[in-house]
Structures are given as structure tokens and as C-alpha cells.
Design a protein around this ligand. Structure first.
Ligand code: FES
Ligand code: ZN
Ligand code: ZN
Length: 292
């Protein structure tokens, strides 16, 4: 006998919570609204939703577009040969179909691409994904700040945050996850735009089924540099642990957030670009310098 939804007895599409297609949508949208509700007067804020073209980003942008918000989209073309142009096309079609304003920026405008990091990752002593992540964070913030946005919205999900927590534990550095919350507030004096992470409590599988069952288009390919990426391996193992011990991801994120030590050093800014940096020159400017 097939399993029935715990609310309406229709066929289950998301077995982890015993939900049918409609109740899965309600489950996700409720979690998104709970996070959005933390920002008072959100309707008056200028919001930039970053979209990579992947299932989480278009699914979340779809939900955000159904709300009465002053929002635009941002796509960053990273110059990844088998990924960037194809995912950009998906995002362009997505935005056009919903009449959403789409901003496009390219890493190449700064003189390099992710392919260049990849070819020089040994010299950087850092893997491609980590360099790429730094470039994304930097450029999202810079674009948003320079264009008067109050908040950036990203579609990282619960599995992402749980794997960031494991990475933090394994390296003995909980700084990132201890500072990460579903909402971070703008700090204009530090040239930092606020962040909203509406999928903070949304499991990756729920996001995938939501996008598929609501016919939300997304780019299905993976970035070609993802192979051998530590975070990907950790994510797979976190999902296995969640199966054995339901609730593991949520508790892990909660505990690691509590265990972080508060920032004691005064925030600095980069000598070259003026954006926040822990040392004299920010990581983005150092990457740019080295690839020059
Ligand atoms: Fe950044 Fe793959 S998307 S390295
Ligand atoms: Zn139902
Ligand atoms: Zn800089």
C-alpha cells in the first residue's frame, strides 16, 4: 500500500516528512516565510536574489517572485566552460518568463575566470571551489552595495550549512558557521550588504522535489570542478547520517553555531578595494594580483 500524506491522504512525494506535492510546497514556503518574516519592513527593502541556475536558486527565486517584494536577480558568469553559458541561458529564460529584472556580471570583467584558478590551484594552495566561493561572496556584495541593495538572498540549504559545520569542525575553525544565521544585517559603514538565507532550514532533497514537482526550470549539470571536492564528499556523508539519525543536520548546525567564539578583532577593510578583509588585502584582491 502506498504511503499517504500525513495531512490530506494524497500520495506522498517527500517520504522524509510524509508529504504530498501540495503539502511539500506549503512545508517549504512556510520555512521560507519564517526567515523572510525576520526582516521587518521587507517590502520596502531592495533585494538582490542571486541565481546560479541550479535547483535551489531557481526554486527559491520562484517563491520570492510570488511575494510582493522589490527584488531583482543577479547571475554571475564564472567562465566555467561546460557550465556557465548553459546555466546563464536557463536563468535568462527563467527571468524572462516571470518578467523579473536580471543583472548579469562576469568574472572575466576582472581579468580572469574560474578556469584560471583551476589551472593554478597548486600555486594558490587552495582548491578551486574555495577560491570560487570567495570570488562569488565578494562580487555579490560589491554589486549589491554599489547598486543600493539592502539584502542579498542566497539559496544555500540545510545540507550546505550542515556540511559547512563539518568542514569547520574538521579544520578546527568554526568562525564561518558560528557567524552564519538565516539573516545577517547590513553594515553600511563596512560596505557590507545584509544576507537572507531563506532555505536555511530547507533540506536539499525537499528543494529538489519542490522544483521538479512545480516544473521550475533549472540547470541540471554539475560544475566540472566539483569532482574531488571535500565539501561534496562531506555532504554525501551528512545525508547518510541524517538517514540513520533524523534531525542530525539541524542539530549540528545549531550546536556549531553556539560553539563559535565571538569576533574580538575590529573589522578591517582592504587597502586596495575598501571592502571588508581580515588582513590588509582581501582575498579577492590577492587572487586578482596573483593572476595578473
Ligand atoms: Fe565554483 Fe564550481 S561553481 S568551482
Ligand atoms: Zn497532503
Ligand atoms: Zn580588496
Amino acid at each position: 500500500m502506498s504511503i499517504k500524506c500525513r495531512f490530506c491522504r494524497k500520495a506522498v512525494i517527500y517520504p522524509e516528512q510524509r508529504l504530498c506535492v501540495d503539502h511539500l510546497s506549503k512545508f517549504i514556503e512556510k520555512r521560507v516565510d519564517k526567515v523572510l518574516g525576520k526582516v521587518l519592513g521587507l517590502e520596502e527593502k531592495k533585494i538582490l536574489v542571486t541565481v546560479s541556475g541550479g535547483k535551489d536558486s531557481t526554486g527559491l527565486a520562484h517563491i520570492m517572485a510570488l511575494r510582493d517584494l522589490n527584488m531583482e536577480l543577479l547571475y554571475l558568469n564564472l567562465g566555467i566552460p561546460t557550465y556557465s553559458d548553459a546555466s546563464q541561458k536557463v536563468v535568462e529564460d527563467f527571468a524572462k518568463a516571470r518578467k523579473l529584472k536580471l543583472n548579469i556580471i562576469t568574472l572575466n570583467d576582472y581579468g580572469f575566470t574560474v578556469k584560471d584558478f583551476h589551472e593554478k590551484q597548486e600555486e594558490f594552495r587552495s582548491n578551486t571551489c574555495s577560491l570560487c566561493g570567495s570570488a562569488k561572496r565578494y562580487l555579490f556584495n560589491k554589486f549589491a552595495f554599489e547598486n543600493g541593495f539592502d539584502f542579498i538572498v542566497t539559496a544555500h540549504n540545510l545540507d550546505d550549512f550542515a556540511s559547512f559545520a563539518v568542514m569547520g569542525i574538521s579544520s578546527g575553525d568554526l568562525r564561518y558557521i558560528s557567524k552564519t544565521a538565516s539573516v545577517s544585517w547590513p553594515k553600511k559603514e563596512q560596505k557590507t550588504v545584509g544576507r537572507i538565507r531563506p532555505y536555511f532550514h530547507v533540506p536539499e532533497k525537499a528543494s529538489l522535489i519542490y522544483s521538479l514537482s512545480n516544473n521550475i526550470p533549472f540547470f541540471e549539470g554539475d560544475c566540472e570542478y566539483v569532482g574531488g571536492n571535500k565539501q561534496g564528499d562531506i555532504k554525501t556523508r551528512v545525508a547518510e547520517l541524517e538517514r540513520v539519525a533524523p534531525g542530525f543536520r539541524q542539530h549540528l548546525v545549531k550546536f556549531t553555531r553556539k560553539s563559535g567564539t565571538p569576533e574580538t578583532t575590529a573589522p578591517k577593510s582592504c587597502d586596495s578595494c575598501g571592502y571588508p578583509s581580515a588582513i590588509d588585502s582581501c582575498r579577492f584582491c590577492r587572487i586578482k594580483e596573483r593572476l595578473r
